[in-house]
Ligand binder design. Sequence first.
Ligand code: SF4
Length: 286
Amino acid sequence: MINDWIKPSIRFKITGKCNLNCNFCHKEGNMEIDDMIPNDRFIEVIDKLTSGINSINVKITGGEPLLNQHVEDIVLKFHHHKKINTISLITNGTILKSKQFWLNLKNNGLHEVVMSINNVKGQDEYSNNHINQISNLELLSELGYNIKINTIAYNDFNYTRDKLSNLLKLKKKYNFDIVILNNLFDIERSQSIIYNLIEYFSMKIKRIFVREGTSNQIILYSNKDHSIEFYIKISYRYFSPEYCNNCEKKDNCYEGFYGSRIEIKNGKYYERLCLYRNDDKVNLAI
Ligand code: SF4
């Protein structure tokens, strides 16, 4: 039962720097990369990637993309490109930014902010990181951004349930979607926590979204009176006939073939097609 196709998108890793070091982070495959600069070469790369297609969505990621000093101009360059449709920014939200900064990004064409929140009440709620996340969330909500909160199912069921209950309270105040993701480094325990959450909150599938030809699948769950809704993103391990056949890492590859990530290494642009490998069959020079 597929209800919708997720529109094609490309992830641009605009920096390898991050102010955190989360043990569940897959680091988009590799963080030993350069910062992207929105120069003529950057535009040329977008032109190449979008030739032959009508339009595509862009996800700006890292590392922590707010650590790239050119982030405002990068958003603007994407916005001005005729083939780019929507622009999302994926951040840990822990670097406190001003209202003017978020307003500039919005005016430059940013549509959506995806923030990862993995704190749980009583453990990290009052840390500076979490205080900054809430301050940023307040500004994003006030400015009318589309907001998604990503959260990983890890540790144990109680930990994740408490975290989710907190997020559901915050959702009422700041109006965002919640996406629960599995931990690729502890897949069985993580997925079992997610299935237990679905049972605990008596959730039923409402819609399924899939990106054709990739392992990107997201399922919207809702309870009976629709007072609780969240999305689940569980790896379902689609393997590309072109890149994954005969791959030695297939048995332990929990993301599967997800799609393109663009990065710069030693001054050269690459299209990364796989989290787990670093050879030139899956890292294509652009
Ligand atoms: S490791 Fe990469 S190439 Fe191998 S099966 Fe997984 S996604 Fe495919």
